[in-house]
Design a protein around this ligand. Structure first.
Ligand code: TK8
Length: 358
């Protein structure tokens, strides 16, 4: 059953019908915005390889295809972008290293493992900092965020734009989680939780009493299947599109961190592009990020419902329960604020307040 189901995800819809699968693979998604804008001049041909972590049905993949379509159309086929999903070219950390050496042209990692290049990005890893998607988007589009992208200059990576990975939710195979105590376990041991390769995330789960292990995303499914870890945390859409529900019985709507993605290009590839191509790539990146954020929003609640339909037991936390998590992770703020910079945190908080006050 598992194998068949996983196969249907990569086949055309017709195959799923033949197998009698009633579940839709995607929600009703907005069509990609029309590609207007002029065809740019002929500055030669380029074929670019772009590696991403998520599956073909994810907003990340669909919007990357849109990015490819924009470049294709506006160069009359002179720039081709081939998108490789499912971490098949490597994990976030590996692919960023490949961008540096020029052995890969583009990638789309989470901001969290990219903090090794630009420390300030860790502001996004602070738990419960961004209360609404609107606030998160405003921060991603702010000057402060642009400075973080610019800070990649000289690392071998050209950071093009932020987009949405989203609110992270806890899933596990051991027990329903409603409180921090459920994470730590009273008579039982703390949940073994996979985290992204990022020290703030590690600290969050240590503070909550879990046994966290940083691990590449591409290894996560089999680690959960084999019981190397009990659980993980990612947006509902990822838990759905990467089939984690097959090996995770419980989900909790913790929304503990909002993490962005960053679309990136190898600086070597970037430097090989004519200025007019560079401008186009930058514009297409922003347009596709807007589309990605929209798709991601359309996916979010729908994915949670789909997961419930597929048998996951999902716990929604009330305000009091969320407050208990928020309080439990206060030490993470105290520890990391000086490292990340109080001023930066305050700047982000000011943007958040602007969006929530009107
Ligand atoms: C995909 C990752 C993933 C992230 C993670 O490449 O590692 O859990 O949330 O989406 O970037």
């Amino acid at each position: 059953m598992t194998a068949i189901w996983r196969r249907t995800l990569t086949l055309a819809g017709a195959a799923s019908l033949t197998l009698g699968m009633a579940h839709a693979q995607t929600p009703d998604l907005s069509d990609p915005p029309a590609i207007d804008g002029e065809v740019v001049g002929d500055h030669g041909s380029h074929t670019l390889r772009m590696g991403i972590g998520l599956a073909e049905s994810s907003p990340q993949y669909l919007s990357s295809q849109y990015f490819a379509d924009i470049l294709d159309k506006r160069t009359e086929g002179r720039i081709t972008v081939n998108v490789f999903p499912n971490s098949q070219l490597g994990d976030d950390v590996q692919m960023m290293e490949m961008l540096q050496t020029g052995s890969l042209d583009m990638s789309y990692p989470s901001s969290s493992p990219a903090t090794t290049y630009v420390e300030e990005l860790a502001v996004f890893d602070l738990p419960f900092l961004l209360p609404t998607r609107e606030a998160a988007v405003a921060v991603m589009q702010s000057d402060v965020a642009q400075e973080m992208l610019d800070a990649f200059d000289g690392t071998g990576i050209k950071a093009l734009t932020f987009s949405e990975n989203g609110y992270r939710q806890l899933s596990n195979s051991a027990r329903p989680v409603e409180t921090p105590e459920d994470v730590a376990g009273l008579d039982v041991s703390g949940l073994k939780i996979r985290t992204m390769e990022n020290p703030v995330h590690l600290d969050i789960w240590e503070t909550l009493g879990a046994n966290p292990t940083p691990m590449a995303f591409g290894e996560l499914f089999s680690a959960m299947e084999q019981g190397v870890v009990d659980g993980q945390e990612n947006p509902w859409s990822t838990i759905l599109t990467s089939n984690f529900y097959e090996v995770q019985d419980y989900g909790s709507e913790t929304r503990h961190v909002y993490t962005p993605f960053i679309m990136m290009m190898s600086e070597r590839t970037w430097d090989n592009l004519a200025p007019e191509y560079q401008e186009l790539v930058q514009e297409a990146a922003r347009q596709s990020a807007e589309y990605e954020i929209q798709l991601s929003a359309e996916y979010d609640d729908w994915s949670r419902e789909q997961l419930e339909e597929r048998g996951m037991e999902i716990t929604r936390l009330d305000d009091e329960q969320l407050a208990a998590f928020q309080e439990a992770v206060q030490p993470v703020y105290e520890k990391w604020s000086p490292e990340i910079g109080e001023e930066l945190i305050q700047e982000v908080q000011a943007i958040v307040e602007e969006t929530t006050s009107d």
